[in-house]
Design a protein around this ligand. Structure first.
Ligand code: 3HC
Length: 311
């Protein structure tokens, strides 16, 4: 049975009125948003690592500059999202601790290794492609600070996807070895990119409540289907084969039917047993420890300034 506040709150959600940081909200709404937004931020920050590995090995100055800009954008996305989460009363230190202790999740996709330059293409095309499909609806989610952060993030994501697809075109239209590299990257990134949308709707523990609260505007499976439908013609244009023998246009549904997802692999990676989970967390923890002196100096400096100002 809903209390009067909860009824009024749900009424605002149903009327599409944005919830702002100082508005009354059910504790569970606050909690699920801190969970999702902080994990989204962690994904952006950990997501810098696979591509960061290739900045020094980019094949040209142009590709290096583009990749540098993309990785830098992801850092900015992470900071926007940590700030959006802080409006709900959590702290940066708490969120970072939860990531480093393994308590908080980040997107499974970043636990796969980027083995060749073609992976930079497949990541931009498929990982950022999935991220855009997942993030565009979030621009209209019920929590104001999250929706507004997403508007800015989505503008930059479209550049991320385009530069990735541009790399795939260059390789697919290149030498047979280059085309083979592009096909190998598609083979390795296709299924993990579909897993980014989360478990199937029937297995999704948060979806129903998130949908009622206007946080999740489309279901995991709806967005996954949108990604498949969008990517098939793009792979055809590249002359590459999507690694799914069951992929087939279903005229009745007006969508592509596709093969089963390996949920055992998904949960394995989410639980921390993916190819790079340990590496990614170790790298993040080391970066945080190496930066401790700088954070302390900033705080000491600002305290000294404050004392001087106080006179
Ligand atoms: N990797 C890791 N964990 C995942 C996951 C994935 N791909 N998909 C789902 N999960 C987790 C969920 O977090 C949840 O666990 P929790 O309750 O401990 O948080 C559990 O699996 C069940 O999943 P649900 O579908 O019930 O959970 P949600 O309703 O939260 O839906 C989501 C999952 C679709 C990822 C949703 O949280 C979401 O839209 N998050 C915001 C967007 C986001 O994080 N995108 C992925 C990051 S990629 C990115 O942004 C980088 C890009 O710039 C390249």
């Amino acid at each position: 049975e809903m209390s009067r506040e909860e009824r009024e709150f749900q009424g605002r959600i149903d009327r599409g009125v944005k919830i702002e940081a100082r508005d009354w909200m059910p504790e569970a709404y606050r909690k699920t948003l801190v969970r999702q937004i902080s994990q989204h931020a962690h994904s952006e920050i950990v997501g810098q690592l696979p591509e960061g590995n290739w900045i020094t090995r980019a094949p040209s100055l142009k590709r290096k500059a583009i990749l540098l800009a993309k990785v830098q954008d992801e850092a900015g996305h992470g900071l926007y999202l940590y700030s959006a989460a802080e409006t709900l009363g959590t702290s940066r230190d708490q969120m970072i601790d939860d990531l480093h202790s393994g308590k908080a999740k980040y997107s499974s996709i970043f636990n796969y290794p980027a083995l060749t330059w073609a992976d930079m293409g497949a990541i931009g095309w498929l990982v950022d492609g999935s991220a855009i499909i997942n993030q565009v609806p979030l621009c209209r989610c019920s929590y104001g600070p999250y929706a507004r952060a997403m508007v800015r993030v989505c503008k930059e994501e479209s550049f991320h996807q385009r530069q990735g697809y541009d790399i795939m075109i260059a390789l697919a239209k290149g030498t047979p070895e280059q085309k083979a590299m592009a096909q190998d990257a598609l083979n390795r990134w296709w299924w993990p990119s579909l897993m980014m949308f989360g478990p199937s709707d029937s297995e999704s523990v948060n979806s129903a409540q998130s949908a009622q609260w206007g946080i999740k505007l489309f279901s995991n499976d709806e967005l996954r289907q949108k990604m498949v439908d969008q990517s098939v013609p793009q792979a055809e244009f590249l002359g590459l084969t999507i690694p799914d023998p069951e992929l087939k246009w279903n005229a009745e549904r007006g969508h592509y039917d596709f093969g089963p997802i390996d949920w055992e692999e998904f949960y394995n990676v989410v639980k921390g047993h993916g190819p790079c989970n340990r590496d990614r967390l170790k790298t993040r923890i080391k970066a945080h420890e190496d930066g401790a002196w700088f954070r302390e100096a900033l705080i000491a400096h600002s305290e000294k300034k404050a004392q001087q100002a106080a006179g």
